[in-house]
Structures are given as C-alpha cells and as structure tokens.
Design a protein around this ligand. Structure first.
Ligand code: G3P
Length: 217
C-alpha cells in the first residue's frame, strides 16, 4: 500500500519525507488555505521534495475552467496529478486529462456508483472519504470494501486512494482491504510507528547492551 501525505505544510511534509517512506502527496483547497502559500509555489516545492504523484485540486466548477486550471497545474511538474471533483464536469475533465496521459484523482467519492463512474472516466485515482462518512454515523470502511469488490468485478484500472483517513485503525483496515494507497495527515503518519511494547523492549535492550560493555563497530 502506498502512503501519500495529505498536507501543503512543507515543514511537516519534510519530516514525513525524511523517513523515505512517502510515495506521494495530496492537497486540497482547505490545505492550501491553511498553508498560507501560493498554490503554484507550494506544489512546485512539494514536487521537488517527493518523487511521486502530487495531487493539486482545481477550484473551477465547470469543465472549461477545470481544463484550463488543470493544464496550468500540470505544467508545474510531470508528477502533478490533477484533482477533480465528483461532478459530471469533473468526470468530463477527468476523461480529458486521462486521454492526454495526465494523472487524475477524482475526489469527494461517497458511493460505489461514483467510484465506478470515476473508473469509466479513466481516473488514475479515486478518493473515497472514510472519516467524513464516519462523521455521518455511516461506516466509511464499508464503502472501501464495496469499492474493492466492485472494482474487481468490473476489472477497473483506477487505484483506490483512501482519503479522510483519521485514525491508526483506518490505516490498518485500509491495508487489510488491500487498497492501492491511502492519504493521511502528517501527524497520523508519524504516529504509525508507535507501540508501547516496542519502546519498552528497546529500553530493555539498550540497558542490557550497555551493561555488556561491548562495541559492535
Ligand atoms: O484530502 C481530502 C481528505 O483527506 C480530507 O480529510 O479529514 O478533512 O475529512 P478530512
């Protein structure tokens, strides 16, 4: 499973990228606003830092607007993945960019039918929002399992990119569902390594080793 980081914060992204385990980055208008940065500048910096798909989202609501914004974003770097909303215009734009060989990510997916439409439009990624479904007292992971099943049934080539991932349990469940990728906030990514028994075990090993007085190298 690929790990994408859902952020436009360069300091936090750098911390995550330093692990060597970051496969891509996703952004959205909210994250760009939070960064306080110009979208062209920050996407350029992200592309220079992480070698993988970098999702940059259009703001236009109509096909022509999405086309010109997506083309402008895709000129920043070949890794830019044009992120498009789950609307008819968004799917039309998705087909336009897919036909041009430009990677796409259809976002705000909340149903299997929407995911099937994204696959038909040739999306590289579809982003089902797990946490936002949980917020509505509807199990977001049910949607992931259903899309996995539907995509196998119709032999879809689109990658499922689990989004709105909020907890370590979501991460585990996405991995067990076998989806291709997830996008997660930096703090959650950095937390995934933690386990109290790992820490306790390391503390013991360090103390025992020190008492041997040996050196390995
Ligand atoms: O980038 C889209 C998604 O990951 C947003 O997550 O937590 O705002 O629902 P959240």
């Amino acid at each position: 499973m690929k790990f994408f980081i859902d952020t436009a914060d360069m300091a936090l992204l750098t911390k995550c990228a330093d692990t060597g385990l970051v496969d891509g980055v996703t952004t959205n208008p909210t994250l760009i606003r939070q960064s306080g940065r110009n979208i062209h500048e920050v996407i350029g910096e992200i592309c220079a830092l992480v070698d993988g798909p970098i999702s940059a989202e259009v703001a236009a609501m109509d096909f022509e607007g999405m086309k010109s914004e997506g083309l402008a974003l895709s000129k920043i770097h070949p890794n830019v993945t044009v992120k498009l909303p789950m609307t008819w215009d968004g799917l039309k734009a998705c087909r336009f960019f897919s036909d041009k060989g430009i990677k796409t990510n259809v976002t705000l997916c909340f149903s299997v039918n929407q995911a099937v439409l994204a696959a038909k439009a040739g999306a590289t990624f579809v982003s089902p929002f797990i946490g936002r479904l949980d917020d509505q007292v509807s199990d977001g992971m049910d949607l992931i399992h259903d899309i996995v099943e539907a995509y196998v049934a119709i032999d879809a080539q689109t990658n499922i990119l689990g989004a709105s991932v909020r907890t370590p349990l979501h991460v585990k469940q996405c991995a067990m569902a076998g989806i291709q990728a997830i996008t997660i906030p930096p703090a959650l990514f950095l937390k995934l390594i933690e386990h109290p028994l790992t820490k306790a075990g390391l503390d013991t090993f360090a103390a025992d080793w020190a008492s041997t007085g040996q050196k390995i190298a």
